[in-house]
Design a protein around this ligand. Structure first.
Ligand SMILES: NC(=O)c1ccc[n+]([C@@H]2O[C@H](COP(=O)([O-])OP(=O)(O)OC[C@H]3O[C@@H](n4cnc5c(N)ncnc54)[C@H](O)[C@@H]3O)[C@@H](O)[C@H]2O)c1
Length: 280
């Protein structure tokens, strides 16, 4: 596998595009940039150049007057234009026509699966969702294949994400909202319902949240480690209680959870749940 990504192209240098440019520059990548608007772009690029010069990082960053020029010499193109499917299609088609045949094309879209852009490109095996959160304060990126993306493309994209010290969140199959966005969406959805339904004040929710999260931070637990500690039989019963209350199919806990419980794998208390706690 040729892992050599040395030059990236960023199409759309707004809020996210600029973070991608700055972070990639600081990790030694050459960068080609295109944006329809030049507002503040030259100043931004010159600030980034100052930082790389100070750190003695030898790279090229150039702004180009067209997409075709910005992607002519590149290994990875990241599109970060506004969240409009038709616009992204138009841009992907232009990129595909001008970028070297082996270049990967990725979208930073927050919601559009890359499969929705497959029909406008020839290189269907070289497409990726690389969804960054915030490259400096929340260094995570969901990474997801399209229906024809090769494993080589996926691994190359993942390695590049890791090379700029962003933690890749591998999405195993197409999932609306990727990984973390989807979890965040579940939290957001019920916060809004609690607020709009008059069940609690926003201040109550916001007071509870950091205390709740502190437990996870202190113990370095994720949700599955937490559920293993509560007990998966308990979790199952609680989820069934919600389901019986609402009657909504979406509230029904997955059958796979029931299967784990029926096998007696209840978490820490039985030394096996989502994780294995047996010491020998
Ligand atoms: N804002 C976030 O927190 C966030 C987080 C993750 C992902 N995203 C995704 O990243 C993408 C960009 O979001 P953003 O917040 O950076 O938007 P933004 O509006 O800040 O930036 C978009 C940039 O694209 C440029 N643009 C518009 N049309 C263009 C075209 N035809 N060709 C080239 N450039 C063009 C605009 O001039 C602008 O600079 C979206 O798909 C969004 O869903 C956003």
């Amino acid at each position: 596998m040729n892992n050599k990504i040395t030059t990236i192209s960023v199409i759309g240098a707004g809020y996210m595009g600029r973070q991608i440019i700055e972070k990639s520059a600081l990790y030694g990548y050459n960068i080609n940039v295109y944006d329809v608007s030049s507002e503040g772009l030259e100043e931004f690029i010159s600030d980034v150049k100052k930082k790389t010069d100070e750190d003695k990082i030898k790279i090229d960053i150039n702004v180009f007057p067209s997409i075709s020029e910005a992607v002519r010499n590149t290994d990875l193109v990241i599109e970060a234009v506004p969240e409009k499917l038709e616009l992204k299609k138009e841009i992907f088609s232009l990129i595909d026509k001008s970028a070297p045949k082996n270049a990967i094309i990725a979208t930073n879209s927050s919601s559009i699966p890359i499969s929705k852009l497959e029909d406008v490109v020839e290189r269907k095996d070289k497409l990726l969702n690389i969804h960054f959160y915030n490259l400096f304060t929340m260094p995570l990126a969901d990474i997801m294949k399209g229906t024809q993306t090769s494993e080589e493309t996926f691994q190359k994209g993942k390695a590049w994400v890791e090379s700029i010290e962003i933690v890749p969140l591998e999405v195993k199959k197409e999932c609306y909202g990727f990984v973390l966005n989807r979890i965040w969406r579940a939290i957001k959805k019920d916060c809004l319902k609690i607020w709009a339904g008059g069940y609690a004040d926003i201040e109550t929710v916001d007071k509870a949240w950091p205390i709740f999260c502190q437990y996870f931070i202190t113990n370095e637990y994720g949700p599955f480690q937490f559920m293993d500690r509560i007990g998966l039989d308990v979790i199952y019963d609680i989820e069934m209680s919600y389901f019986k209350n609402s009657g909504l199919p979406d509230d029904k806990p997955p059958d796979t959870l029931k299967e784990i419980v029926d096998r007696g794998e209840l978490g820490v208390k039985t030394e096996k749940g989502f994780y294995n706690y047996k010491t020998k």
